[in-house]
Design a binder for this molecule. Structure first.
Ligand SMILES: Cc1ncc(COP(=O)(O)O)c(C=O)c1O
Length: 291
């Protein structure tokens, strides 16, 4: 019996090995290895790709979530509405920030947060909503943002599984107050190590994330003004990510074609396939009609 691996990031690294080799050599030819010019260039490239003003490279998707929540001042006594139908890091990030996750279920069709349950889960302690764009499947962000605005709640998008997924032509990560990405090797945009990013349109939140990823240093004086992390993206990972970013949409399209092929070949087989809704959004949905 042939085993189908869950992921094979090495294939992508091999496919672009010439460009990646050059990018990596460039790091060795330079003098800065952490938070240098390649991290800055990638932050700019990724922000441009997403259409957001600020991108801050960090050590992982988990740290991106923690730092996004911390930048909002979320902590003890606060509740964050999120889903348990996610990778464990989503709820852990809320706990690391000192707050309590309040779980709502997902919609069985979209597998994203059920908006009707969110409304009912809001309490006087709720400060934020943390939706997850699961399996490349984007949450209905226009409706979620309207709900959040009504209740004056912050929104942090967990985009770790949905780089490049779009809602009404607008990519995930650009809807909420902040977005958190993982560049773990198997992700749609993945590096050969750990990596992550926080994105936001708010310069004050961006400045807070930048300080909190580097020991709480808010200025050149390097005074640790707040309990913070060492969570920095390194030059090697940034160089690879910049070389792979131009291929993200094409890679997503290939995945969509493969998903469509699975769907065709599995027709009539008694297995539960994800359902797709027309209209919104992911590249996969565009190719797969509603089932
Ligand atoms: C939905 C989700 N959130 C957060 C994370 C955490 O990312 P990382 O492994 O880079 O810390 C992941 C990683 O798999 C994820 O799938």
């Amino acid at each position: 019996m042939a085993m189908i691996p869950l992921g094979a990031p090495q294939l992508r690294f091999r496919r672009f090995s010439a460009a990646l080799g050059g990018a990596i050599q460039g790091v060795f030819d330079g003098t800065q290895f952490i938070l240098g010019p390649r991290v800055e260039a990638f932050e700019e490239d990724f922000a441009t790709y997403l259409g957001v003003r600020h991108c801050i490279g960090v050590n992982s998707g988990t740290d991106a979530l923690i730092l996004a929540l911390r930048s909002l001042g979320i902590g003890a006594g606060d509740e964050v509405i999120t889903v348990s139908m996610s990778f464990t890091a989503t709820a852990m990030a809320v706990l690391h920030a000192g707050a309590q996750p309040r779980f709502v279920d997902v919609d069985p069709v979209t597998r994203c947060m059920d908006l009707a349950q969110v409304e009912a889960a809001v309490t006087s302690r709720t400060v934020a909503i943390l939706p997850v764009h699961l399996h490349g499947y984007p949450m209905d962000m226009p409706r979620l943002m309207a709900l959040a605005e009504r209740h004056r709640l912050a929104v942090v998008e967990d985009c770790a599984q949905a780089h490049g997924a779009r809602i009404d032509g607008r990519v995930v990560g650009s809807w909420g107050h902040l977005g958190a990405f993982s560049f773990y090797p198997t992700k749609n945009l993945g590096c050969p190590g750990d990596g992550g990013a926080v994105v936001t349109g708010d310069p004050a939140l961006a400045a807070r994330v930048r300080a909190l990823r580097t020991y709480g240093w808010f200025d050149e004086q390097r005074v640790s003004a707040e309990l913070a992390l060492n969570s920095r993206l390194d030059e090697l990972q940034a160089a690879v990510l910049s070389a792979l970013l131009p291929h993200l949409d094409e890679g997503n399209h290939e995945r969509a074609l493969l998903a469509a092929r699975y769907r065709t070949l599995l027709e009539g087989v008694d297995v539960g396939l994800p359902s797709y809704h027309p209209g919104r959004v992911s590249p996969i949905r565009d190719l797969c009609p509603t089932t």
